[in-house]
Design a protein around this ligand. Sequence first.
Ligand code: HEC
Length: 133
Amino acid sequence: MHRTLLLSALILASCADMMNSHRMMAAERKMLETRKLQQAGRWDDALAMAERMHGSVARTIQSAPSQKSAQGGRIDVTPLLAAWEKGPFAELKTALQKRDATRSAAAFQSLRQQCVNCHAVLGKQHIRLAEIP
Ligand code: HEC
């Protein structure tokens, strides 16, 4: 009985890990897709896709707020998510709402940089994100 419980717990834990890994890969795809839509002048679609990208990042963090830090201990990454949301993600949304191509291009760069920053805090520098075209 105990063994079954332990096994189920282990399986559930690794499923959650895999789900988060998939969610984050989806976030990267959606980031690039948002950029494509923006460059095609499909501003409303770009905004909708940006929201979906946000969903992928936010769900990952909300389901696993406690992460191993680069220093070895565990840290709560919720504040990092909040910084990402209030900073570059909010700026990207404003740029898209204003249909400002120059401002959008800059916003995409800082958004991507903040993705990289969070990974660095967690010692995940091995994650190579695609450049914003
Ligand atoms: C607040 C912290 C945080 C932010 C912001 C963040 N990530 Fe992540 N990212 C993580 C964590 C934690 C993982 C490890 C997830 C797992 O596998 O459990 C991760 C993993 C990844 C991976 C690797 C997935 C794999 O298994 O191959 C990719 C790709 C990724 N993130 C893309 C992004 C993109 C794109 C953004 C910005 C749009 C972003 N991340 C923003 C915390 C963050």
